[in-house]
Design a binder for this molecule. Structure first.
Ligand code: FNR
Length: 188
């Protein structure tokens, strides 16, 4: 099973990227977590540039999503919403609308922010956007507030409650993929 991990931050020392690193060892052994680092290369959405000759970074993103069994996105919150670059990337992913690679894909949204609320508004808006793409948005949540106090110098989550919640997110992803495979087998 392959899970694609997408950090919504471009920052080197991103707490959201750290959340994804922490999740890697919480998945079952047969799960491969691929961290996608191409967000900064995605150009602004322009319908004139879309189609078979879409920009390379966009083609790559569409491809890695298509090849993943599930997607895990850790998003920061910028001004109570989704960071523009992440939303822009999802606008590219959303086309062509009927066959976009997020359609029916199990997707979990988590996030960390330095505020007291952990970026819950950005996560809610991201779930809404993903649902409009046709993704199967999982009903799991993890909002890490005061992110600057939650990781040690090696980037490990220091709070056991958040590790537990992140483990529950990982388990839900595995379960959702297994259910999807079972459904596909029944209809085949
Ligand atoms: C923020 N931050 C922020 N946090 C929050 O909880 N709600 C918000 O609305 C905002 N708004 C916001 C706007 C902009 C432009 C920046 C740069 C930051 C703080 C944000 O949570 C913090 O920078 C996180 O560390 C960003 O996540 P990464 O980069 O560490 O993953």
């Amino acid at each position: 099973m392959r899970v694609l991990a997408i950090p919504g931050s471009l920052r080197n020392d991103s707490y959201n990227a750290k959340l994804l690193y922490n999740s890697a060892e919480l998945f079952q052994e047969d799960v491969v977590l691929d961290l996608w680092g191409g967000l900064k290369d995605v150009p602004p959405y322009d319908e004139d540039d879309d189609g078979v000759n879409a920009p390379a970074a966009v083609a790559e993103l569409r491809d890695v999503i298509a090849r993943a069994d599930a997607v895990l996105i850790a998003t920061p919150e910028y001004n109570s919403s989704i960071p523009g670059q992440l939303k822009n990337a999802l606008d590219w992913v959303s086309r062509p609308i009927a066959t976009n690679p997020m359609r029916n894909k199990p997707v979990a949204v988590i996030g960390a922010s330095t505020s007291a609320f952990g970026g819950v508004w950005a996560q809610a808006e991201l779930r809404k956007v993903l649902a409009s793409l046709g993704a199967r948005v999982l009903e799991v949540e993890l909002a890490v507030p005061h992110a600057h106090e939650r990781f040690d110098e090696r980037g490990r989550l220091t709070d056991g409650d958040f590790v537990e919640q992140l483990t529950a997110v990982a388990d839900s992803i595995v379960l959702a993929v297994a259910e999807r495979v079972a459904r596909l087998e029944v209809t085949a």
